[in-house]
Design a protein around this ligand. Sequence first.
Ligand SMILES: Nc1ncnc2c1ncn2[C@@H]1O[C@H](COP(=O)(O)OP(=O)(O)OP(=O)(O)O)[C@@H](O)[C@H]1O
Ligand SMILES: [Mg+2]
Length: 243
Amino acid sequence: MPATTPMLEVNNLYVHYGGICALHQVSLHVDPSEIIAVIGANGAGKSTLMKTIAAVKDFTSGSIQFMGMPLKKDPYKVVMDGITLVPEGRRIFAPLSVRENLLLGAYTRSDRQEVAQTMEEVLELFPRLRERLHQRGGTLSGGEQQMLAVGRALMSRPKLLMLDEPSLGLAPIIIDTMFEAITRLNQQMGLTILLVEQNASLALELCHRAYVLKTGHITMEGNGRELLEDERVRSSYLGITGG
Ligand SMILES: Nc1ncnc2c1ncn2[C@@H]1O[C@H](COP(=O)(O)OP(=O)(O)OP(=O)(O)O)[C@@H](O)[C@H]1O
Ligand SMILES: [Mg+2]
């Protein structure tokens, strides 16, 4: 018997796009308060995995359990239950202000006072967003848009925050800010996080445990340190050979 029930448990998951199988027999679990990374190259199936757990994409077979219950097949209900995805490419609403974008993230919540409280927490986490509260989303820099995308996801008060390539296209200093914020959410608020990254070294340094996804298959798993030192990971995902 494991000491804790996993928050999220994915078992033997198969996902198809028409006749193409994008995920083959994928199994993984996320325990409460963990940061779990899934690393893999372009087209490995990382976004497909995120979308399937967010119920935006159907699965063919296998199972997904969240908090001991089968995942609902409705993206809105999945957010209500506590899973929120920050999608690849951020998907900010460009014509809307930062504040309006944040409020959209609270679309499943009705208590205005509590929503205002969460917005205050988000603005404390990302002070740059406070300075730009009335600026249009589309005029933010790439890094600010990523902060807004994460902030918007936090507005739903998730139990499990999923991040699809939070570092993509960002300058190193902004990546640091983003990963510090992710660490703080985990350490100070106990938020459980599942992230996928092509930037394997960053993800492996940050996470507690990780899975390697290769053409739709999980090929390795272990703690972040172990994988950082593994020869196969170093040569395939970190661009380091020998030594
Ligand atoms: N809507 C779709 N229709 C058909 N095939 C798709 C669709 N979306 C993804 N695929 C295919 O599924 C596979 C996995 O794609 P996915 O986007 O999940 O990969 P990824 O690991 O997120 O890649 P990247 O690092 O480029 O974001 C790819 O072969 C891709 O071509
Ligand atoms: Mg992707």
